[in-house]
Design a binder for this molecule. Sequence first.
Ligand code: ADP
Ligand code: MG
Length: 587
Amino acid sequence: MPKIKLLAPGVASRIAAGEVVERPSSLLKELLENSLDAGASRIDVEVKGAGKELLRLRDDGCGMEKDDLALSLERHATSKITKLEDLGRLRTFGFRGEALYAIAAVSKLSITSAVRGAKSGWTLSATAGKTKEPSPAPAVPGTTVEVKELFFNTPARLKFLKSDAFEKGRLVAALEEAALANPETRFTYKSEGRQHLSFEPESGALETNLLSRAKTVLGKELAENLLTVTADRPGFKLTLFISPSNNLSATRAFQYWFVNRRPVEARILQQALYRGYGDHRPKDRHPVCVGHLELSPDAFDVNVHPGKREIRFIKDRDVFELVSGLVASALAKAKTPIPLTPAPKQESQVQEPVAAYYLGGRSFFPEEPAFALQSRPAEALTKTDGSPAWFTPPYRYLGQIERSWLVFEANGGVFILDQHAAAERILYEEFLKQLDKGRPQTQTLMLPMQLELPASAVQKVLSRSKVLDELGFSVEPFGKTGLNVLSVPSLFHEHDELKEMIHGLLESIEDERGAVQDARKHAVATIACKAAVKAHDALGEREALQLVEDLKDCDDGSCCPHGRRAMLALGREELARRFQRPGAPPL
Ligand code: ADP
Ligand code: MG
């Protein structure tokens, strides 16, 4: 590696500034990047105390000479760029020359390094940014960085960290990202003294390597059947693995993008992915996606944010069109059936066409206002006896439309239920009632249900096991990348979409920012949604009538827990008015 130099002030000041060491995982990300930049083929990570007590990273990369080592902790000291224009040719992850400086400032740090063939290695240590003279060390080629007592001198930042379980999950997630993008590198991860993960190096062609690494990281269950999408054009190379449309997940937690092996968050890529799926995806199902783009370094800008996670494409429209087009054609080629319409159960052989509005309008973009729990259409108004205004017995079941809507005649008018939204609302309220009384009734599964997930997702679920337990789910780890679901709320035990329900939970417990109460509500709504009768289920008259009876007893039967309308009433007067009958009451 070239010599480390200090960036000229004019260059340093134009580099996106800000804090890079927010939490143990951001630190791990920086250190992994340094090792990868140093050409390491093997990286061993060890953490203790969720990374706060100890974070050690050993690589077999190029190492540093004594004077480089001495410079490495300086601010804006980097061997990777010297002038701003170099960013347009950047082939390394690092360029700010700040990570080691920033880490050293808030910890007790030591770096031991030796270049290949050197007679001696060197160790440099620093406490809260105060550096000692390098001292000789064994000449083991490569670099070991050891960070102890992170944030010991900045108690406010220590307090800002979340639970150990949460931080551990983030640490593993940082490792998984590096592993996904660098399949030729061997990674091991030890946590609290136990070997936790190990990713063996892949040695085939790049595409094969990327796919087999994805399988090891994500687990077979998520990664099996992934479709491969590739494109190789001047300045643009894509290797993308995505779920076939009949094997989508209830969470969008398993979507990864890398540009030149750098994990990035680029909304435009996600949007392109969803656009590509178009009608191949119901609103509440999400693809697994591992996307690797190789672009010329001047085709995008990483100097947007200090974390270097956000990037901007110079021609973002082109990237969007290319990616969405490739995804769409791969799905069309795969010819997997569109999953919205389950095979008709008995009668008709005719497959109904599925239009986008069936389930309340699907959109290309995942960020929809998902939880409008407070919205109350007018029908929520209640009558004096406590029953909702639309409920005007006696009523008669007229039938089902499109296997989605149930039509009833009542008191000279009609009302229509959205069967899925109604069932969801009923389950939701029933379950909330049970929860208000304490832990809901649970049912132990005869055989634990096994789920294979990335290790970080397992950690995430375990970190929220208290909430899950409150909800009536008991889970335990099974190996490093598996979860056993031992019991579930009785209300849902028969449901055959249990797996999806857990994926859905993963999605709703993701956000730790929400108050516990909120998280609970979201989780409950998710469970109810997964367990409810789906649109496109054929319902008999008895079930339809039961749905009305149950819905009328709900506190708010007018909409589903996500705020989508569950029922629509056209009263007698409304009908008369709409048909312009003489004497119809005006609006
Ligand atoms: P940057 O990566 O932005 O250059 P850092 O503060 O992360 O800044 O690292 C400073 C310099 O230290 C790097 O430019 C590199 O030369 C050297 N360095 C850091 N980590 C390693 C490593 N694991 N192996 C070899 N050199 C390293
Ligand atoms: Mg760096």
